[in-house]
Design a protein around this ligand. Structure first.
Ligand code: GLY
Ligand code: MN
Ligand code: MN
Length: 438
């Protein structure tokens, strides 16, 4: 992503904020994993969306119309000793030269400088609730300005969450964003193929997870976008299963939900396949119902359709399928009304996808489902989870199937970003037999 893209985003946001306002956008705090060992740092998505700055301990401040500079970046200073231990920093010069800040200050000076920037602004755009410690600092800066009222400086009296305008911007993906997401999906597709090709009865779920991670990393995606779900047999029916520590049994299915993060953009793909490479008759039947539902839901991704149209299409196909297999009995319309399918399909058909796997953006506007528009990216991921406890004939037990793709809404329809990953029974069996090149 080039510096101009970030500049454009800041400008758009500042145009919407208007004059007499200030936005404060901190990156994520560093979190400890144990004693003095940190979790790998992942920047805050809102912060990164506006700055492209990946270092920890940084705060962006936007002040539209400020004569001496609209964009200020607080960050760590260069420090030879710290850089010897922990790696290079952009420093204040880098913040200006490489990240196009109008001005840069040391992060340690935040408490001294911020109150001065708040003075005489009317509105503060700041999203409360992400980091209580930072919330307190923001409030203390406002109080500091209020305390100076006698010297004629007025304090902002309106707090506005950035969620609304910024998250609406993030919902519509630019060409560069779509390119990154397409690449993330491509890497994930290669990883899913690798997992399918290496799977054998007797392996452990974490060994398959290792194949996924290996392919992600090999292709430059240093982290998954979320914890990979690798669930065989009964575990395929646990929606967010991440233990990934069981042995894979001959005759079971394996459900893998795994997506690479590439250049800060997520992919999110699920495939389900037989551990031994050949679907049983019962597995085939459940799989075909989910696949029909997924294809029908993808067809419903059209500009002008509302957000829920793909879910409605999936529910229709799932219910029809369950009736034709004799698992549900009754009229399809009545069963849908009673949500009879929800015993086996208990989640929604998708979510927005972007820098965060469950990305930002409202699903309803004024109480109505939002219209799909070109540039939005969503997942389509129906499933069926046939756990024994759900009153089923034994032949269906422990067949959990989800099929998930990443779909871009285009001007005249859709484009499946994850189309590199096959999903027909025939294609899966031939990949597993090694007769299809990865
Ligand atoms: N991987 C989480 C989800 O599919 O929503
Ligand atoms: Mn998903
Ligand atoms: Mn998923």
């Amino acid at each position: 992503m080039d510096a101009k893209e970030f500049q454009r985003r800041r400008k758009r946001l500042m145009d919407m904020m208007g004059d007499d306002s200030i936005a404060i956008i901190p990156t994520s705090p560093v979190r400890m994993r144990n004693r003095d060992v940190e979790y790998p740092f992942r920047h805050d998505s809102d912060f990164y969306y506006l700055t492209g700055f990946a270092e920890p301990e940084a705060v962006a401040v936007l002040i539209p119309g400020r004569p001496s500079g609209e964009y200020i970046l607080f960050c760590r200073e260069r420090d030879a000793l710290m850089e010897t231990w922990n790696g290079l920093r952009a420093g204040l010069e880098g913040a200006v030269e490489r990240y196009c800040a109008d001005d840069a200050f040391p992060i340690e000076d935040l408490d001294d400088i911020l109150p001065g920037l708040l003075g005489d602004q009317e509105r503060i755009y700041y999203t409360m609730g992400n980091d209580p410690a930072f919330d307190q600092r923001v409030l203390s800066w406002v109080k500091h300005v209020r305390d100076q009222a006698r010297s004629g400086i007025s304090a902002p009296d309106e707090f506005i969450s950035l969620n609304h305008i910024l998250h609406d911007m993030r919902l519509y993906k630019s060409r560069q964003e779509i390119k990154a997401m397409r690449h993330a999906a491509k890497i994930s597709a290669a990883a899913h193929k690798r997992a399918m090709q290496s799977c054998r009865p007797g392996m452990y779920e974490y060994q398959i997870e290792a194949e996924l991670t290996h392919e992600f990393m090999r292709q430059g995606a240093r982290s998954p976008a979320y914890s990979s779900i690798v669930g065989g047999g009964a575990n395929s029916c646990i929606l967010h299963y991440t233990d990934n520590d069981a042995e894979l049994a001959d005759g079971d299915v394996l459900l893998i939900d795994a997506g690479a993060e590439y250049e800060s953009y997520a992919s999110d793909i699920t495939r389900t396949f037989p551990v031994n490479g050949v679907f049983t008759e019962a597995q085939k039947q459940i799989y075909e119902v989910v696949l029909e539902a997924q294809l029908a839901a993808i067809e419903a991704v059209q500009p002008g359709n509302h957000w829920n149209a793909p879910h409605e299409a999936a529910v229709q196909a799932i219910t029809e399928g369950l009736v034709s297999l004799g698992i549900l009995k009754g009229r399809v319309r009545t069963l849908i009304k009673e949500q009879a399918y929800s015993k086996y399909y208990m989640h929604r058909t998708g979510h927005w996808l972007g820098m965060d796997v469950h990305d930002v953006g409202d699903y309803k506007v004024d109480g109505e489902w939002r219209m799909l528009e070109a540039g939005m990216v969503l997942t389509i991921e129906p499933g069926l989870y046939m756990a024994p406890s759900r009153g089923l004939a034994k032949k269906w037990w422990d067949i959990g199937v989800r099929i998930e793709d990443d779909v871009l809404v285009t001007k005249d329809g859709y484009d499946v970003l994850s189309k590199d990953m096959p999903k027909s029974i025939e294609d899966i069996e031939s990949i597993m037999a090694g007769s299809e090149a990865a």
